[in-house]
Write a protein that binds this ligand. Structure first.
Ligand SMILES: [Zn+2]
Length: 294
């Protein structure tokens, strides 16, 4: 009986980040057969257990035999092997929120039924780490040569603040502007390409923009222009942000810290990884059989 394909579609797309990691099977076999002097058969049975680690996936310390997919890379960066040695790992990371925990558990139960194909794990993370990692990923995915990143980062945050599969439908015709509104009943309202957001959500957006652009040249850019820390705090106060969020600190740095704390607390609580090893296992087998039959 064929096992059905597992679908990740029940998880809101704003909570998912995907990475394709390549592996060079020539390098991988060489470690076992040349360095450790094992037979191809033993190498094969060892390699069948292999999955990349988180440091390979995030790029923090991607090491041989792994590397990232790039269109013009057709030789292994380590051994210069050709493309026929390449295999792919499709990695899905989920930043999990209680609002879709039921779906996440169901998905995990389905993945567990295919332990050969899927390697799954949940690394320990504080909510603050999850938040910082999200900012980093967002930072890497944006282009800062014009102002379009302001809108993109705003939409990313808004989707993340209320993870849902409906966003793609709601925003199907695109967002031209994110507009502060004191009239919206909930956190946001979409109409004719404009996304109207409450003072609390608008303030969060500006905070996120400020945090992202802080590390850049001419940093501190937001929808409200380029702001110093003091200007940011004044602007947030004028919007009614601290009031809306019930933040009562007396001093700007305390207000800022409390605001960040709220932002972090309202976000995802746990991280889950699923590595799809299908392509890897198939190519590994094909290469092993060729080696064996030689
Ligand atoms: Zn290689």
């Amino acid at each position: 009986m064929k096992t059905p394909e597992v679908s990740f579609e029940s998880i809101p797309s704003s909570a998912i980040s995907k990475t394709t990691l390549r592996i060079c099977l020539k390098c991988a076999f060489d470690v076992f057969t040349k360095q450790l002097k094992l037979t191809p058969r033993t190498a094969y049975s060892e390699l069948k257990k292999h999955a990349p680690e988180e440091v390979d996936i995030t790029g923090a310390a991607t090491s041989r035999p792994h590397f990232f997919e790039e269109p013009d890379v057709d030789h292994c960066p380590y051994c210069n092997g050709t493309k026929r040695w390449f295999a792919q790992f499709h990695v899905t990371r989920i930043d999990a929120n209680p609002s879709f925990e039921k779906e996440r558990k169901k998905l995990w139960a389905a993945l567990k039924k295919q332990p050969e194909r899927y390697t799954i794990w949940s690394p320990e993370r504080t909510q603050m780490q999850i938040f910082s990692e999200w900012l980093e990923r967002l930072n890497r995915s944006l282009r800062f040569d014009d102002d379009s990143w302001l809108l993109e980062s705003a939409i990313s945050h808004i989707k993340r603040s209320a993870p849902s599969n409906d966003w793609d439908k709601v925003l199907a015709s695109g967002v031209r502007r994110v507009q502060l509104s004191r009239q919206v009943e909930d956190a946001w309202h979409y109409e004719d390409g404009w996304l109207y957001v409450s003072p609390a959500l608008y303030g969060d957006v500006i905070m996120v923009q400020h945090l992202i652009s802080r590390s850049h040249q001419h940093g501190g850019r937001t929808f409200e222009g380029r702001l110093t820390f003091q200007e940011l705090m004044r602007r947030l106060r004028r919007i009614g942000y601290f009031e809306a969020k019930g933040i009562t600190a007396n001093e700007p740095y305390e207000e800022f810290e409390e605001a960040i704390g709220r932002l972090v607390d309202s976000g995802p609580r746990a991280v889950y990884y699923a590595v799809d090893r299908k392509d890897y296992l198939n190519k590994l087998k094909a290469i092993y059989e060729k080696k064996r039959d030689k």
